[in-house]
Design a protein around this ligand. Structure first.
Ligand SMILES: CC(C)(COP(=O)(O)OP(=O)(O)OC[C@H]1O[C@@H](n2cnc3c(N)ncnc32)[C@H](O)[C@@H]1OP(=O)(O)O)[C@@H](O)C(=O)NCCC(=O)NCCS
Length: 165
């Protein structure tokens, strides 16, 4: 596993770096909820990206924890852990990595860090959802030894953090 990949909990400085990476190296639909309007990184989408993270991760009572993915000293993407409502001790994970850093083992290292962080936070299970055409995500999950469940337009997986620990 790559040893140069770290996760740093998001703050306002890292959020600015994250926005820069998203704009330069990712498509909006890969990194944020849909925003109406013309395609691409419009001013509205840039503002929505920052507000999304400020409201969810940097608020007084955050609903999820977001991490900047750092390779060496460079921010290359984001990972998040969001406690699942109605599922005791369960957390949902999400990841995006800038295009120019995909396919070189960063994702594998990020998932490994997320499992460690979720376990340290006391969660028993970790949920992931992806699309059927997202082969990189599915390979990462398969490599972790979890069963993938194909349900319509989604592929989901539960990682047992107690058994996996
Ligand atoms: C999905 C994502 C996080 C994977 O991270 P990554 O750093 O690209 O993945 P890795 O380089 O660690 O590769 C993981 C596995 O997928 C394989 N893989 C990578 N890119 C692939 C591709 N385009 N097609 C098929 N397999 C691919 C790798 O070979 C590796 O498998 P292996 O260990 O069996 O060799 C990253 O591609 C990404 O951010 N994509 C855009 C956003 C996204 O889809 N997020 C996930 C939503 S759940």
């Amino acid at each position: 596993m790559r040893s140069d990949v770290t996760l740093r909990q998001l703050d306002e400085d890292l959020l600015q770096a994250l926005l820069d990476v998203a704009v330069a190296d990712a498509d909006p639909h890969e990194v944020m909820p849909p925003v109406a309007g013309p395609a691409g990184w419009t001013a509205e989408r840039r503002t929505a990206f920052s507000r999304f993270h400020q409201s969810r991760s940097l608020a007084a009572e955050p609903v999820e924890t977001t991490y900047a993915i750092v390779v060496g000293d460079t921010v290359v993407g984001a990972a998040r852990l969001c406690p699942l409502e109605g599922a005791k001790h369960a957390v949902e994970a999400g990841v995006w990595i800038g295009r120019s850093h995909r396919g070189s083992g960063v994702g594998g290292a990020v998932f490994s860090h997320l499992l460690t962080l979720a376990r340290a936070d006391g969660f028993d299970s970790l949920f992931l959802s992806t699309k059927p055409d997202n082969m990189a995500s599915q390979r990462l999950l398969s490599a972790m030894g979890v069963d993938l469940v194909h349900e319509g337009d989604a592929v989901t997986a539960w990682v047992d953090l107690v058994a996996a620990g």
